[in-house]
Design a protein around this ligand. Structure first.
Ligand code: URA
Length: 424
């Protein structure tokens, strides 16, 4: 085998065999295939795609590049979102499923660009550790039913190396590459149940519902072919999920949901995804599972799971009762409507980028982040605001002029008619 033949085959839409894909992945991981040749192959995949068989082979090759987790429990679940803005669902769904007796083992990543990452959010909790050893991770999972660990080099090292190359070569947005990257990590985590939340819209990788559907069906098929109970749900990411965007702000909102203080679109998405986990675990029909999920919020048992997980992972669990113990921004700035306006849409990618400008995200992996920075939206699409009503509040530790961020965030808020938007 040689790399030029492999690049040419994908360039000419001739399917590669599983052996060729294994050779390619192991050659790149061990350094015998250089970045420039792998980049050429990745770009050919972006332009021409892969067949389903090739995507399955790539997924398994990435999975087999490292360890496969043995969780040592009779039934476990994993939940994955393809990423978005304000997506704190893992912090809510994991505790709900665990409170119903289905342990959720989660390996998460950091945020990059306009999308947030669960690990950054959790690290806004004083003392919280995400660098658990496999033994610690398994131990916490057994004790509370919910544990979260940062992506380590031991699981799917080939994906780690290829993902970094894709980020630097404009080759992220390919359905087969995204599918193989995500599913290899899910299969390496090796839970019995996998529920996937595939997002579409301005803040998601998949801009159209049709593409999200395609990715969802492909991921589901691969999960099932690997012997997992797997379901992919397609959800909207045209507007930010919930009101809060930014690390500590999102942890605070997740806790408010678990405290039963908020029942909005975020709550509905979480109940739906949690119910799908419970359904695959044999806990009943979807309607019965939704009722079970809602009960864990009403009786405080899901919040109890999160409290215990935070404590065992070294964090200050008192935030579950008093969210003001989370880090607070030094400065804030509230944007108000100057006249009556109807909110038609809120562009989540732009809100994510504004949050990044405020310090909540990073453009390159090494950038530091401000855990307190972000945006709280006070309105949602469909609502009509009157003069002086609050549109959003911006938060940051850096108390400089908020005007650039305010202008950018306001441009993300689409209003009907001629209503003039301004800020005070
Ligand atoms: N998340 C991943 O882990 N991989 C991708 O390719 C895209 C999103």
């Amino acid at each position: 085998m040689n790399i030029i033949d492999i690049i040419n085959k994908t360039k000419r839409r001739t399917a590669l065999t599983a052996d060729e894909i294994n050779w390619l992945v192991s050659g790149y991981t061990n350094g015998s295939i250089p970045d420039y040749q792998m980049s050429a192959w990745l770009m050919a995949v972006c332009l021409n795609g892969l067949t389903e068989d090739e995507t399955v082979a790539l997924t398994f090759a990435l999975r087999d590049s490292g360890d496969i987790m043995h969780l040592d429990l009779p039934l476990t679940a994993d939940k994955h979102s393809t990423g978005g803005v304000g997506d704190k669902t893992s912090l809510i769904i994991g505790p709900i499923a665990a409170a119903c007796g289905v342990p959720v083992a989660k390996m998460s990543g950091r945020g990059l660009g306009h999308t947030g990452g669960t690990i950054d959010k959790l690290e806004s909790i004083e003392g919280f550790r995400t660098d658990l050893s496999i033994e610690e991770f398994r131990d916490i999972l057994k004790k509370t039913g919910f544990a979260i660990v940062a992506q380590s080099g031991e699981l799917c090292p080939a994906d780690k190396k290829i993902y970094a190359l894709r980020n630097a070569t404009g080759t992220v947005d390919s359905i087969p590459l995204i599918c193989a990257s995500i599913m290899s990590k899910k299969l390496a985590m090796n839970t019995d149940i996998i529920v996937l939340d595939v997002k579409y819209g301005s803040g998601a990788f998949m801009k159209t519902k049709a593409d999200a559907d395609k990715l969802a069906r492909l991921m589901e098929k691969i999960g099932l072919s690997a012997g997992k109970k797997c379901r992919a749900i397609v959800t909207d990411m045209n507007s930010p999920l919930g009101n809060n965007v930014g690390n500590a702000l999102e942890v605070s909102e997740a806790i408010e949901i678990l405290q039963g203080k908020k029942k909005d679109g975020l709550y509905d998405v979480c109940i739906e995804l949690a119910a799908n986990i419970l359904g695959l675990a044999g806990k009943g029909t979807l309607a019965e599972c939704k009722a079970l999920a809602e009960k864990t919020i009403a009786d405080g048992s899901a919040l109890g799971v999160l409290r215990e997980t935070i404590r065992l992972q070294g964090g200050n669990e008192r935030i579950c009762d008093d969210t003001s113990l989370l880090p607070q921004a030094r400065c804030s700035y509230t944007v108000r409507a100057v006249e009556r306006m109807k909110i038609v849409a809120i562009d989540s990618e732009e809100i994510g980028m504004t949050s990044l400008m405020l310090g909540a995200g990073r453009l390159s992996k090494e950038d530091p982040i401000d855990m307190t920075a972000g945006i709280v939206m006070h309105c949602s699409p469909g609502e009509t605001l009157g003069a002086d009503d609050e549109i959003m509040t911006l938060y940051s530790t850096v108390c400089s002029d908020f005007s650039d961020a305010a202008v950018r965030a306001l441009n993300a808020v689409k209003t009907s008619g001629e209503a003039r938007k301004s800020y005070t």
